[in-house]
Design a protein around this ligand. Structure first.
Ligand SMILES: [Zn+2]
Length: 294
């Protein structure tokens, strides 16, 4: 009995060690190895680095970045990487632990360092900031891999052009709408977007997932929806759909998705959905939900 118990413990410990140290896998093949915190730097690094980089992400695709706890294997991955990219210490308070484990060769990049900060750390929701994050990535990749500097520069220029087109489409599409009230049954991730396009945002929780969405806050939102004659509520993909369904049932509002980009479904991850794709989906939802004329 004792022996079986001991064997079980050894098996569990080995299993945990293997799990801890086995992800994420870095396969360099002569490429610049880039480890990123979550999906925002992941999709932007892919855009800029293309096939010149070996890219891996610490967070699972559908996990939120605010309260992630890095595993020993994550520390090892960062230590071995050429470049480690995180968004900001405000978004990812855990990044400092990972940074302290990074090796002398690892170039650590706070991608949002040059972005305009607001109370909402989801700075990439403003296209100017998304451009600054992409520029920081291009700079870091060029520093580690100067041979491919022109390639990174070209991809950055192409991305900036796409951002400018996206911004123009947002301006045009959201210029004339029946309502500008965005009621988001999720955490406060769209404040930068709302500010840029003069929308009024109400969210269920604060700017991280830590804040409990209280029953009181939910009741307040329901009251607000009725008072303002809001016909659409927006949901966050990875948050429980039960909350949105309950609010929709209570108020008769329809439900449309908004994508934070900081986490994506496993299906979207496998598909390689990009920042631009997700922001185009957001525009479609906003146009429909706010009943815009364009
Ligand atoms: Zn968030």
């Amino acid at each position: 009995m004792k022996k079986t118990f001991f064997a079980l413990i050894v098996f569990l410990v080995l299993g945990l060690l293997y799990w801890g140290f086995s992800r994420p896998q870095i396969q360099k093949d002569g490429k610049t190895s880039v480890v990123v915190s979550g999906y925002v730097p992941y999709t932007l690094a892919r855009q800029i680095g293309g096939d010149k980089i070996a890219l891996s992400m610490l967070l699972p695709a559908n996990a939120e970045p605010h309260s992630f706890e890095p595993a020993p294997g994550d520390m090892v991955a960062v230590r071995r990487a050429d470049v480690f990219v995180y968004v900001s210490p405000r978004l990812e308070p855990w990044a400092k632990d990972v940074l302290s484990a990074s090796g002398p060769e690892t170039l650590a990049v706070e991608a949002a360092a040059l972005a305009v900060q607001s109370e909402d750390p989801h700075v990439w929701m403003d296209f100017n900031n998304a451009g600054k994050i992409a520029a920081a990535l291009a700079g870091a990749l060029s520093e580690k891999d100067p041979q491919n500097q022109a390639f990174y520069r070209q991809n950055l220029d192409a991305f900036q052009t796409e951002l400018a087109a996206l911004d123009a489409d947002y301006q045009r599409a959201l210029a004339d709408c029946r309502t500008r009230e965005v009621v988001h049954i999720g955490h406060l991730a769209f404040k930068n977007l709302a500010q840029r396009y003069h929308l009024s945002l109400s969210a269920l929780a604060g700017s991280s997932h830590d804040g409990e969405h209280s029953a009181r806050k939910l009741a307040e939102l329901v009251k607000f929806i009725r008072q303002k004659n809001v016909k659409t509520i927006f949901t966050e993909e990875t948050l429980s759909p039960r909350l949105s369904a309950a609010v929709a049932e209570e108020t008769g509002a329809q439900i449309l998705p908004l994508y934070t980009v900081e986490h994506v479904s496993k299906e979207d991850f496998a598909r390689g959905v990009t920042y631009i794709d997700l922001m185009r989906r957001n525009l479609e939802s906003l146009k429909r939900g706010l009943e815009c004329k364009a």
